[in-house]
Design a protein around this ligand. Structure first.
Ligand SMILES: [Fe+2]
Length: 497
């Protein structure tokens, strides 16, 4: 929920001062002394009352007596440090001793005033505290702006959802000095929450605690569409690194629609999150939600394109009765070899489109050649050899399909330069072409043809090996042999196992 404290922090620049003293006349004297100054004074007569004020208002400065009827000024200061970490406490007392002053300063008091004090002394102390708060706030704002800038920059570097989410959470943990960050997405049906990504949970002993806290906070945030800040109410837990010290939760909203929630948690870092950081996380969450929505739209678009690609691949296979199932097998085999060769996620994504589309140019080859039940004549073979270039022409104007081009153009090139259509040699052949040449041959050797029965996988491996360095790139052949010896190809060729 947006607390009153946040609203105050956002809407006013005035400094809020909590004056705590159990003597009513002291409060009225201070009020008189500060009349006409830019301070909003709020009074409390006891520790209990002060706690209640601190919970409801955004307090910047606390003026408190050391000795109060129901406790001490130290308790008020501790509570203030917990709820408003940016606040400063000035101790006032009628019994000044060096020990008292040292004790309170050690506990984090900013200044110390001995009763009776003059108007000037009070005003000076408040002005100094106010200036320190202002400078610290500027510092924090600058740091938060830099964090926001860095995370925003990182978000712009990818559109892949899983990569994007990990990047957002990694950057958030770093910039917010948190220990755990998680993102929950609202389920499309049912209204529950799905943990979409999380980083930082390593310690099993608090795993359940962190999960429960994350889920319930995000659920409340999604229901109310408002941010939440949590600071451990029990100071005894402060040194316990197996509990949740502080957390911030922000809804993920895009175009008025709630997508889920983002939560950051401190389990080891005992410094509580501030209201300013909650606001900072809000800016980040709105930027993240927009990036997530773009990524979702991109995924939808990609799905549509993949469906188009598959429809095109089906069109090839519908015409070429001898190679039915070839496209799918080639893709699966290519992926196994690409994994073995250590291709990146992005390269594997291109492989899916490239593997499916590599023979798309066969659409331009006449049926009489494509489905000829015997060996092709030299003239027919010349026509068949045009399919890589025909395929490239078909898709080069479609930006999304362009990653398939090297697969289409170079899959009939040979390592010794005797391939077609370009006659490229060795490492001049782009990697997709080197890979598909091997895969295509394995599939052709093991497939049945009207004029011959398909050979075994072991025989195909022998053939690949014997042409390593002439027809095939030796590195790809080696990767193929490794995959074969590990049994990775067995599932595709059940009859050989
Ligand atoms: Fe081909």
């Amino acid at each position: 929920m947006i607390t009153e404290a946040i609203k105050e922090a956002i809407t006013t620049e005035m400094c809020n001062v909590l004056v705590v003293d159990d003597e009513p006349n002291v409060l009225s004297i201070i009020q008189e002394m500060l009349e006409g100054e830019d301070y909003k004074l709020i009074s409390a007569y006891s520790v209990a009352e002060a706690r209640s004020v601190l919970a409801r208002h955004n307090i910047n400065i606390i003026l408190t007596d050391i000795f109060l009827g129901d406790g001490s000024g130290a308790e008020v200061m501790e509570e203030a440090q917990k709820i408003h970490p940016e606040s400063l406490t000035i101790i006032i007392t009628g019994r000044p001793t060096v020990q008292n002053a040292i004790m309170m300063m050690k506990k984090g008091a900013y200044d110390y005033l001995a009763k009776p004090f003059s108007i000037e002394t009070l005003k000076l102390a408040l002005r100094r505290a106010n200036e320190k708060i202002r400078l610290e706030r500027e510092n924090i704002n600058l740091k938060e702006m830099m964090s926001f800038y860095r995370i925003s920059e990182a978000m712009g570097s990818t559109i892949e959802l899983n990569v994007l989410l990990k990047l957002i959470l990694d950057s958030t943990i770093k910039e917010f000095e948190a220990d755990v960050a998680s993102m929950y997405f609202l389920e499309e049906k049912g209204g529950g929450l799905d943990l979409k990504a999380t980083v930082g949970i390593k310690d099993d002993s608090i795993h359940e605690l962190v999960s429960d806290h994350s889920y319930s906070s995000c659920q409340r945030t999604v229901e109310t569409k408002c941010p939440m800040i949590f600071n451990d109410p029990d100071p005894d837990y402060a040194s316990d690194d197996r509990t949740i010290k502080s957390s911030l939760c922000q809804p993920l909203m895009a175009r008025g629609k709630i997508l889920g929630a983002l939560i950051v948690i401190r389990t080891k870092n005992s410094h509580p999150f501030s209201q300013g950081q909650l606001t900072g996380l809000g800016l980040l969450a709105s930027k993240a939600a927009a990036a997530i929505e773009s990524s979702n739209l991109y995924e939808d678009l990609k799905g549509t394109y993949i469906a188009t690609v598959e429809a095109l691949a089906n069109a090839i296979e519908a015409r070429d009765s001898y190679t039915r199932g070839h496209t799918e097998r080639v893709y699966i085999l290519s992926k196994i070899l690409a994994d073995e060769l250590g291709w990146t996620e992005a390269e594997l994504g291109d492989l899916k489109i490239g593997g499916i589309l590599h023979d798309i140019g066969k659409i331009g080859v006449p049926d009489s050649i494509l489905n000829k039940p015997g060996r092709l004549t030299a003239e027919e073979f010349e026509i068949m050899r045009t399919h890589p270039e025909k395929g490239a022409r078909m898709i080069e104007s479609i930006p999304f399909l362009r990653p398939a081009l090297p697969f289409i153009k170079y899959h009939h090139e040979r390592h010794d330069g005797k391939g077609y259509p370009y006659g490229l040699k060795g490492d001049d052949i782009p990697l997709p072409g080197r890979l598909l040449a091997v895969v295509d041959t394995i599939d052709a050797v093991t497939s049945d043809r009207p004029y011959r029965k398909g050979r075994t996988l072991a025989e195909a491996m022998e053939e690949i090996k014997s042409y390593s360095g002439t027809q095939f790139n030796p590195e790809v052949v080696e990767a193929c042999m490794r995959a074969y010896s590990k049994g990775k190809l067995d599932s595709l060729f059940q009859e050989d196992t």
